[in-house]
Design a protein around this ligand. Sequence first.
Ligand code: BMA
Length: 926
Amino acid sequence: MFMWVLCVWVLGASTCVGAYTHYYTHSLSLDQVWTVNNTARGIEVPATVPGGIYSDLQDSGVLGDILYRFNDEEYRWVGYENWTYTKRFNVTDDILQKKDAYLVFHGLDTVADIFLNGELLGSTDNMFLRYQFPVTDLLKSTENVLRVDFYSPVWAARVRYEQQAKDYPILPTCVDPSYRGECHVNHLRKMQSSFAWDWGPAFPSVGLWKSVEIIAYDVAYLRDVVLTYNTDQELLYWDTLLETGSAAAGTVEGVLTVAFGFNTTRTVSTSYNITLDLSEGRQHHRNVSLEIGGDIEWWFPNGLGNQKLYNLSVVFSGAAHERNEITFFYGFHNHELVEDPVEPDNPSLGRTFYIRTNGLDFFQKGANWIPSHILPERASNVTTVRRLLEAARDANMNILRVWGGGIYESEDFYEIADQLGILIWQDFMFACSMYPSDEHFLSSVNMEVEQQVRRLQRHSSVAIWAGNNENEAALSQNWYGTLDNLQTYQRDYLSLYVDTLWPAVRATDPTRTYIFSSPSNGVLETIAEGYISGNTGNVLYGDVHYYNYDIDGWDSNQYLTVRYSSEYGIQSFPSMLSLEEVSESSDWTLGSNFSVHRQHHPLGNEQILQQIQRNIPFTLDSSSRDNFETFIFLSQINQAMSIKTESEHYRRGRGVFTSEGQGRTMGAMYWQLNDVWQAPSWASIEFDGRWKMLHYYAKNFFAPVLISPYISPTGNLEVEYVLAPLLSGLSTSDSEAQMGVTIYRWSSLEPVSIENNATTLNGSGAFLIRSENLDNFLSNAAGDCTRQTCFLYLSLDSVEDTTQAQVNHTDLGLDSVEDTTQAQLGPDNFLFLSPLTTAQGLLAVQVEVVSVTNQQYNLLTVQLTTDNIALFVWLEVAGIQGQFSDNGFHMVTPYKNITFRGERAVASHDLLAAITITTLNSKIVN
Ligand code: BMA
């Protein structure tokens, strides 16, 4: 009965086939070939399920590329129309002869009426729900016709709003005009960002975005399983959900077998005879246990241990030939939210806030995840999802937050997160809005939570549940004008997140913490404050979202010292290579309609410009293409530098504890990892998977060992090291290291001074290793250096004999190939001593590729050379998917080796031909 999962390695990328499988003998898939039509417009085209109307119209040529130029607005009519999806199908006798048959929709987007052979089966209005309808008496042995009438979501949302507004309006009544979106999405249980966001377009889609099937049985169908491991008892508990038919009386029987595989040869299993009483209704929970002993390996987040996953299965056999089987991977995990008083004797100093996994305290490093495509059916593309999650892993992240304005992600998403050790902070899908609280809405949400938590609970990556994105903050700070009718909106808030979500989560998953909102003051303080705090940004409690576009983002003294920063970000433009895919040459200026159209954040382009100009000399010419390309490059530099500065500040914050209780920072998740289209946004990865400069910087600022310099408010040069726990890359827990601080003039590759200090790395946390007045340091080290003429370059190396060193570079989050020296413990770092607008002596440089050589079919070494200090050396590759080991770096030596890893085989001459190099020098030195 035990099925082993097959992992294949295709050109370096591993794909586990069928990690989760759900097999049932008497099911009929209704996926694939459908038709969709709109009679008013005379459109009838083939449709694909799973899918959606924009995909179908694009595939059949009615629409062009939906993401091209202004097509989001050109094609808005699609979202204003009603669409009918039709499927004609035959059913085998096998299914017709069963006592019960159900039509199951795993995801309908969103408001629809469903008809089978002309009979209305029911209506839907929640895209996050699985809907089932009994069809035993309706199925025919001749052709069956299934019809799904979708209503325009824009219209449906407005109708609901108008009805509700007779009493009071659900706020906000529309998104900001700069989003170029549609109104009232908060009335629909639909991907909230499908009506537009400050980083995305409106595509108010409809369609069958997940599979459709018929299941038929005489006995019962095994719906799903929720799993918990009790460490003390060494027992695995299985809460299996079986569904029976609609018969009101009698019993049915079957055998339930649960199995656990230690490895390919050692399996334990137990079988139970099950009797289900039909008079109890359709749903039957059967809780069974399996003794597996304690001889198990635990699953750990990325960088902290292995991601050990075991193969499990549950089989239910009913009548002859009726067999259900679910197989999946499971990692043993224990996630808790730690909210201890930071100073037990002084409770007013607040509480800690972080996730502890398997008893391990570690800093949470990551980003916020939005859907990987604006169309929900395309957001589950496994190649895209894997590419993005691997990019998170490669940037040394150990956590991602699935943000509440998107979707509950696909099975593949959570499986890959399990495999890679990426913790998931899972929001429920409510964002930046008030929501209705009528009975129908709340009961739909209640079912949504139950179904989604049951679906996701067994994933070791899922670490914490969160009620919503920013709705508590919005209410307490009156973002949407709720003040006039505050009690009503507060009542709605409480009934949704406190009275509905909270008990629903606890009932299904008591093992994980539910926090009510993000940001919030954590669970305990939020409860103490009556669930809606007057100050959701309290830095002594919970998590904080911090955005400030009016500061110098390169100055670490501008940032708050918090317990946990779950959102912070700065916008940049995507590369020309991305923009070229969806625009034409007349669009390639900052002043073009296109550049204005794609920017959805109010005053976004102006803010990017101002931020750049605080640190880099740049004059905008809004009608010049060259100037636009420079602006794009500088926007990425500004984003990378600002988020680097802020992230390192948070990592150092772990070692801070002020007399007012600030510090003990344990998390930094920047906004945002990915994009839904090609447009300016906070993302570190462009829509097509291309890394922006920020993502390369994230790999460094999230490295397990980090050397981090900064200038304190009093003008001191401070250097800290930050160390992640359990670093197997270091041979002992105390490791002798050598910190190098080299001073360079902007004008020369010849160091002004080189200082090497022995230092011992131990413990995990952030530790100050150097503190000295910066101006004294400069004048002592090199008489003629000023903050304007010189900068610092730092390194952290092992002091062991480099040929003998047993440093595991993979564990250190570094590349194990020759672009790192054996001695390197953490990435090099640097410190500018004044804004580059005041830098003196920077020269024009010649950076060139010396050679490109294949090490493996997809791994190539690129050697570069420079004739002077080169800043923000940026390599772009057209037409080849892959990443460099480092990018956007500064060259302080005549030669530097980096590697390029292609997704597929890459020939060295192809890579050489595709590389272009840009430096900041070429943009600011005449
Ligand atoms: C945060 C997020 C998003 C938004 C981002 C950038 O508040 O929760 O709603 O896209 O800011 O403005």
